[in-house]
Design a protein around this ligand. Structure first.
Ligand code: FES
Length: 105
């Protein structure tokens, strides 16, 4: 399904949290708009504070060189502050308890 064909992608965290993501919106911004706080710092894909792992679905980075190694990218790690969904996503929110502790604002 193309970006133009959907009005929102669904981001699901492993704890069951579901966040709607408008096409063209990064995951951290979508979470914030939905009332969730996502650990973040730089917001430009360099500090890795927001790092998370995709379990299903596809996301692309809106920058050419996000702060992830080739191995991390191959393992499904993304930097949600610069990651745009290309499908519904399931993300492992429990793999990084220090950085993935989403809480309502
Ligand atoms: S907030 Fe720094 S890489 Fe995402």
């Amino acid at each position: 399904m193309s970006d133009q064909a959907v009005s929102r992608w669904m981001l699901t965290l492993t704890d069951g949290t579901r966040i709607e993501v408008p096409p063209g919106t990064d995951l951290v911004s979508a979470a914030r708009a939905a009332g969730w706080r996502w650990p973040k710092s730089c917001r430009n894909g360099t500090c890795r504070t927001c790092r998370a792992r995709v379990l299903s679905g596809t996301a692309v980075h809106r920058i050419d060189w996000p702060g992830l190694s080739r191995e991390e990218l191959d393992e499904g790690w993304i930097l949600p502050c610069v990651a745009l969904p290309q499908s519904d996503l399931v993300i492992d929110a429990l793999c990084q308890p220090d950085t993935m502790s989403l809480k309502p604002r």
